[in-house]
Design a protein around this ligand. Structure first.
Ligand SMILES: Cc1cc2nc3c(=O)[nH]c(=O)nc-3n(C[C@H](O)[C@H](O)[C@H](O)COP(=O)(O)OP(=O)(O)OC[C@H]3O[C@@H](n4cnc5c(N)ncnc54)[C@H](O)[C@@H]3O)c2cc1C
Length: 466
């Protein structure tokens, strides 16, 4: 195996795959690039793991969701990497990084060296055992981050057919996993500390729609905190114990209580900054307290071009904290759209530097989505300021369509939409990016998504005429 590469991407996830495609677009010679990944498969669209991968009928399986299908692009099958002369080094965990010497060392002792490194190590799940929750190492407690873990959950779903599942966590992964378990005919209880699901994004009104929808589907929602598990002789959890004394029977426990950026390899070598808030954090606040939670938030600090404090080392995707120009602050984003775009941006920067061209900074407006049951929502922009809810939010109605706008300093800064069509979703993205002024917020309630469509069309037409 050759061990020196001009470029190494560390991490073969979403950002790793999109970065590889961008290198090829920009011009790459065979043998220049290696991707090193702990996982045993070529980069894939990770969000599929908590959605179609868990369907009981016709589940998604590789190779159908290799990157870059999630953004409408060509799928990069393992052969693609070979054809392009890219070394895809799988099943290889890097356990030591020496950025001063430009080397990475794998668990089996292989030493890799590079001229330019892109760190795309993503996040790892936070486990209940990290906080010493009693019984949290039981064999039937599942977490979802990598495909190997999803396979274990799929196997357990088959073994425990029609059983009882407890899903811990009320963020988007908890909601998606609950829907998946219910669709697999499990009797499901969802536990989170409240006050409502996805409190970092959803307002009480938005959450009440989803909570009612889930309850109508037969999901038992409990606002509570898990303090331990009773296990049996086979080391499986048989019940989940809550702080208020309640005990829930369980055949399977699935946990989605947040992630932690994987930056420990670079501790003390890169400038770091505390900041960014991971989804589902309320659970952790409840579980481990504010200060220990803050300690988990050390992330890799980059500039507007994803360059870290060490020359020729870039950080992209979940691990990067970067200047979010639209909001004038450093933020970290744990969503797939940013993983794709930050990876592409970093490669463009690398190539621009090589060719002596001017550098463009990353102008990013957050975009986040989720899908469960027959629901599908998108959020664009910033959820800061006053909110205005609009539309039909009756959870029993088939013609539901509702959303919310966030207004700050007289401008619409964020928009959420459930069950939007393509044009409506494009319009709320436009509004979040362009932040139109609004003098009368009641207009937003009255016009609903029509406000976003009308404003976008009017401005695009104006730009075209001019
Ligand atoms: C189940 C699930 C569902 C999701 N659904 C959505 C969604 O609906 N919408 C949305 O916007 N976002 C979603 N996300 C978030 C999104 O998938 C992530 O933000 C995105 O994958 C981040 O990309 P990344 O490349 O930074 O990290 P990852 O995709 O996690 O890739 C990191 C890669 O690096 C590898 N790695 C890490 N450390 C090492 C090491 N030391 N040596 C070698 N390899 C290493 C990992 O094994 C992994 O392959 C979801 C995430 C999960 C887990």
């Amino acid at each position: 195996m050759r061990n020196h590469f001009k470029y190494i991407i560390l991490g073969g996830g979403v950002a790793g795959g999109y970065a590889a495609r961008e290198f090829v677009k920009q011009g790459l010679n065979a043998g220049e690039l290696a991707i090193i990944s702990k996982e045993g498969v070529a980069p894939y669209e990770r969000p599929a793991l908590s959605k179609a991968y868990l369907f009981p009928e016709g589940p998604a399986r590789l190779p159908t969701f290799h990157v870059c299908v999630g953004s409408g692009g060509e799928r990069l099958f393992p052969e693609w990497y070979t054809e392009k002369g890219i070394d895809l080094i799988l099943d290889t965990e890097i356990v030591k990084a020496d950025l001063a010497s430009k080397v990475l060392i794998s668990a089996s002792g292989t030493v890799f060296s590079y001229d330019i490194l892109i760190i795309a190590t993503g996040s790892t799940v936070i486990k209940l055992s990290d906080f010493g929750v009693q019984g949290a190492n039981a064999k039937n407690i599942f977490y979802l981050r990598e495909i190997s873990k999803a396979d274990k959950l799929v196997a357990a779903i088959k073994t425990k057919k029609n059983g009882k599942a407890v899903v811990i966590g009320g963020g988007y992964i908890g909601l998606e996993l609950t829907a998946a378990m219910k669709t697999n005919n499990f009797s499901v209880t969802m536990v989170y500390p409240g006050p409502w699901c996805m409190p970092r994004l959803f307002t009480a009104e938005i959450a009440s729609f989803y909570e009612a929808y889930y309850t109508n589907k037969g999901v038992n929602i409990i606002k509570g905190t898990v303090v331990g598990f009773d296990t049996d002789a086979s080391e499986e959890a048989k019940s989940v114990k809550l702080k208020d004394g309640r005990v829930l029977d369980a055949d399977i426990v699935v946990v989605g209580v947040g992630g932690r950026p994987l930056t420990t390899l670079f501790a003390g070598q890169l400038e770091e900054e505390k900041g960014g808030i991971t989804v589902q954090s309320e659970f952790l606040f409840a579980l481990c307290g504010y200060y220990s939670y803050r300690l988990l938030l050390k992330v890799g600090k980059t500039d507007g071009c994803f360059r870290t404090s060490v020359p020729n080392v870039y950080a992209v995707g979940d691990v990067a904290i970067f200047p979010m120009i639209q909001y004038k602050e450093m933020r970290r984003v744990e969503h797939v759209d940013h993983a794709r775009k930050s990876a592409e941006h970093a490669v463009k920067v690398i190539k621009a530097i090589e060719e002596g061209e001017p550098l463009q900074e990353y102008h990013y407006v957050p975009y986040f989505y989720s899908r469960f049951f027959d629901l599908s929502w998108q959020f664009h922009g910033d959820n800061d300021g006053e909110t205005v809810l609009f539309g039909k939010n009756d959870p029993t109605s088939a013609s539901r369509k509702f959303g919310a706008y966030w207004i700050k300093d007289g401008k619409v800064v964020g928009a959420f939409l459930e069950s939007g069509n393509q044009e409506e979703n494009k319009a709320i993205a436009w509004v979040a990016k362009h932040q139109p002024s609004i003098s009368d917020p009641s207009l937003l309630k009255e016009k609903g998504v029509g406000f976003a469509i009308g404003t976008m069309r009017f401005n695009l037409l104006g730009a075209y005429v001019c």
